[in-house]
Write a protein that binds this ligand. Structure first.
Ligand SMILES: *Cc1c(COP(=O)(O)O)cnc(C)c1O
Length: 391
């Protein structure tokens, strides 16, 4: 019976409601640029508690567009974590900016604020233009503390929240700060790739409380074209006819389709349920592994992990990975440190630059974590993991 399992590290849950929502859109007037996009944006903004939300084609586009809207350009420098998906750093390269890294905290695995401080203090104000903290595994970045640094050093904060919709932390005023609410970060990027919390096929979102940034994002996601605030002297716009538009910036086609927005919007209705199930799974792993020779991510007081991932560190990672695969359990490694990817090594980054990130990478493994995983499946994962690590 055990052999009938096939357990990936993550996967989407699609219900009949989702299918109906997509079919309905297929039969409606718009496949793209229709009403489903705005509906999803409104609902998502409400879900995370932000003023504005801009849906885009994927999470990478969300990151790129945010930097672009802030005016990040050639010669600018940004700081991000070495333990993230390469897209967090690539977005800055797309703008012609240079990427710097600050090492992770060895216990929570998110970027270390003291390492960021060291880097900032080693350079004059204005040397860095933005920081991209990553809510790795779903663990919220302490954007309140980052905001204090950002004020001093004049930095734009783009939070990569692709792992953390539904995550939150309690700030120093004892207030709950949902990832993406825009109270501290200037812009927050989300992804709706099927392994993430909310599946759209492909899709992304930027949330912000900054109206100017919002307007720029709306324009940039569709070529830089607008029908508002014309620069031409159209004293009587009526005379121009309603076809008239201006391209004011060099934007992109980073639009999401109505089909994807309908799916994501339907998925959003079940997001809380998904988060609850992820917490149950995380709790069961923690209890089961409590006395085992492995390390689990530290959860600091007041931080609520949305658990896109459940990560452990073990002595023989490759051994455990292969052993689990032999039992049809497909764990995964998140991530190869970005500075050690061949493309980034070309900039001069090398082994030894970020010891905590590198040590973490040598031992980490992401165990299966998704809402539709059954208790039986999880028990099997736990049993096989313990069998291996306890010899
Ligand atoms: C998935 C992910 C992205 C990119 O999102 P896409 O929708 O795949 O483009 C960026 N950053 C992190 C941390 C991610 O996990």
């Amino acid at each position: 019976m055990a052999n009938s399992f096939h357990i990936p590290y993550g996967k989407q849950s699609i219900t009949q409601d989702d299918i109906d929502a997509v079919v309905e859109t297929l039969q409606a007037d718009f496949l793209t640029q229709g009403p489903k996009i705005e509906e999803f944006e409104k609902n998502f903004a409400k879900y995370v508690g932000a003023k504005y939300a801009v849906a885009v084609s994927n999470g990478t586009a969300a990151l790129h567009l945010s930097l672009l809207a802030h005016g990040i350009k050639k010669g600018d420098r940004i700081i991000t974590s070495p333990i993230t998906f390469s897209a967090s750093a690539n977005a800055a390269l797309y703008c012609g900016a240079e990427v710097f890294f600050a090492d992770i905290d060895p216990d929570t695995y998110v970027i270390s604020i003291s390492e960021i401080e060291k880097l900032l203090n080693a350079h004059p104000k204005g040397y860095f233009k933005a920081i991209i903290p990553v809510d790795f595994t779903g663990y919220p970045s302490n954007v309140e503390r980052l905001k204090e640094l950002a004020k001093i050093h004049d930095l734009f904060i783009l939070e990569d929240a692709c792992h953390s919709p539904g995550g939150y932390f309690i700030d120093s005023k004892n207030e709950k700060q949902l990832c993406g609410n825009g109270n501290y970060a200037d812009a927050i990027a989300f992804s709706f790739h099927p392994v993430k919390h909310i599946a759209a096929g492909e899709g992304g979102m930027i949330t912000t409380n900054d109206e100017d940034l919002y307007k720029k994002l709306m324009m940039l996601r569709t070529h830089g074209i607008t029908k508002e605030n014309m620069t031409m002297d159209v004293s009587n716009p009526e005379e121009q006819g309603s076809w008239y538009y201006e391209m004011q910036e060099l934007g992109y086609n980073y639009r999401i389709t109505d089909i994807q927005a309908a799916l994501a919007n339907s998925q959003l209705q079940k997001a809380e349920e998904g988060i609850d199930r992820r917490q149950e799974i995380a709790k069961a792993y923690r209890e089961a592994f409590n006395n085992d020779p492995l390390k689990m991510q530290q959860l600091n007081e007041g931080f609520f992990n949305a658990h896109h991932l459940f990560v452990i560190e073990v002595e023989d990672r490759k051994g455990l990975y292969d052993y689990l695969r032999g039992h049809n359990i497909f764990s995964q490694v998140h991530y190869i440190p970005v500075h050690l990817l061949p493309y980034y090594k070309k900039f001069g980054w090398k082994e030894g630059d970020f010891p905590h990130a590198e040590k973490y990478y040598n031992h980490c493994l992401s165990l299966p974590m998704y809402p539709s995983m059954t208790n039986e499946e999880q028990e099997f994962v736990i049993e096989k993991t313990q069998e291996f690590i306890n010899g």
